[in-house]
Each structure stands twice: as structure tokens, then as C-alpha cells.
Design a protein around this ligand. Structure first.
Ligand SMILES: Cc1cc2nc3c(=O)[nH]c(=O)nc-3n(C[C@H](O)[C@H](O)[C@H](O)COP(=O)(O)O)c2cc1C
Length: 219
């Protein structure tokens, strides 16, 4: 049975991120999976303080928040999903707080040519990025993709990264809106209704891609 830990970085209840994530999990549910959804804005998590004690003690030194439980689940998982809206070309602040605590999973050594990262244990997991953007182009997601390419590699050479990007999504539930609803919405957003047909199709396709990835990774 595949174990999934899925982080939702959007605080919007009916946010587009939510729909991407649910499609992925619906696909995964077709097989015997155990999914844990972690709403980044709801958990009790302190910020990384940069104490760097994790380099010595091989765990985070912060006590009294949810990290101890959460990190155990992360270590035990087969699939890690990071679903987030793009905020200023990056993950949401809520999710960034979680990612900073990943520092405790590896050792960092400063060298003359850069940083050497050594994971405390070599992981062999699927990392999934589900990104919701307001922009019409993928470009704003690049810093996040670069971050995860690095993180995935640092934590073990067998890790795999999968990325799905959904574009031109501004208001809640937009990704699941019907053609009629999009036709009503687009002028309010300053978008041409000429885009509606193609966007309706694009939205449907991206949700389908999420579903199929969930299905594929959970076998
Ligand atoms: C603070 C903030 C910053 C944003 N920055 C960007 C950005 O840099 N690029 C972009 O494409 N969209 C940006 N957006 C738009 C959201 O990424 C987009 O609407 C997304 O679909 C929202 O996801 P949600 O519905 O799950 O909350 C930003 C939105 C907010 C609130």
C-alpha cells in the first residue's frame, strides 16, 4: 500500500489548488493508498530558526509543535505531494514554512565551491508538485520547480519529481467552472470570452492529468 503525504499550500477553501490536489487523490484512491492531507495554514508549526543543530543531532531541535509527528509521516511516505498557489513566483508562505523544516533531513557542509548536502537517510520517493498560477504562462513557476529539482536530488538520487502546472486561474473554483460560468467571469477579469472554449478544455485536461498521475504513482 502506497503512503501519501499531501501538503495543501492554499488557504482558500475552494481554491484551485484544492481541486488539483483532490483530483490527484481521487486518482490515487483507485488503488490501496493511505493519504494524509496536511493543510499548511492549519498545522501548528514554528518557523525554522536557523539554529543548525540538525546538522549535529540529525533531527529538528524545535519541540512542542507538529513537526515531530509530521516528519515521521514524511519519512514513512512513498509519495509527497506539494500543492500550492504561486505567490510572487514562489510557493505560498504557509508551504515555505514547511519546506524550511526539511532542512533537518540532511547535513549541509560549506565548501569553497558551494554547499555540500548529505541526506541523513537516502530517500526513494515520488515528489509531486501541483501548481496553480494566475499567470497565463508557466514562467512564474520556474523558481519553485528549480527548488524542488534541488530538494528532490539532495534527499536521494532515486527520488523522482513530477510537475503539473495550471495557468490563468484567479478566482476560487475557476478550474472547475463550466463554459457558461467562464463566459460570465472572463469579462469581469478583463479577459476575452474568445479564450473560454480553449480554457475550459485546458482546465479539464489539467485536472485529468492530476487524476492520472495519482493513479499511476499509486499502483
Ligand atoms: C499574494 C499573491 C501573490 C501572487 N503571485 C502570483 C505570481 O507571482 N504569479 C502568478 O502566476 N500568480 C500569482 N498569484 C495568483 C495565484 O497564484 C493564483 O490565483 C492561484 O490560482 C491561486 O490558487 P488558489 O485558488 O488555490 O488559492 C498570486 C496571488 C496572491 C494572493
Amino acid at each position: 500500500m502506497k503512503k501519501i503525504v499531501a501538503f495543501n499550500g492554499s488557504a482558500r477553501k475552494n481554491g484551485n489548488t484544492n481541486f488539483l490536489l483532490n483530483s490527484f487523490l481521487n486518482g490515487a484512491e483507485k488503488y490501496d493508498t493511505d493519504s494524509d492531507i496536511v493543510n499548511a495554514h492549519e498545522i501548528n508549526l514554528d518557523y525554522c530558526t536557523g539554529c543548525l543543530r540538525c546538522n549535529l543531532i540529525k533531527r529538528c531541535s524545535i519541540r512542542g509543535d507538529d513537526w515531530s509527528n509530521l516528519s515521521a509521516k514524511i519519512l514513512d511516505s512513498d509519495i509527497l505531494v506539494f500543492a500550492t498557489p504561486i505567490y510572487f513566483h514562489h510557493v505560498s508562505g504557509q508551504l515555505k514554512k514547511v519546506i524550511d523544516r526539511f532542512r533537518s533531513f540532511f547535513h549541509v557542509q560549506i565548501t569553497e565551491s558551494g554547499l555540500n548536502h548529505t541526506p541523513h537517510t537516502e530517500w526513494n520517493k515520488d515528489f509531486v508538485l501541483l501548481l496553480s498560477l494566475g499567470s497565463s504562462s508557466d514562467k512564474d513557476a520556474q523558481p519553485v520547480i528549480e527548488l524542488f529539482k534541488g530538494l528532490t536530488k539532495i534527499l536521494g538520487h532515486k527520488n523522482r519529481l513530477h510537475v503539473i502546472i495550471a495557468t490563468r486561474l484567479g478566482v476560487t473554483k475557476q478550474v472547475v467552472k463550466s463554459k457558461d460560468e467562464l463566459t460570465n467571469l472572463y469579462p469581469k477579469l478583463g479577459l476575452s470570452v474568445k479564450l473560454v472554449d480553449a480554457d475550459f478544455h485546458k482546465n479539464h485536461q489539467v485536472l485529468q492529468k492530476c487524476f492520472e498521475l495519482g493513479e499511476k504513482l499509486s499502483v
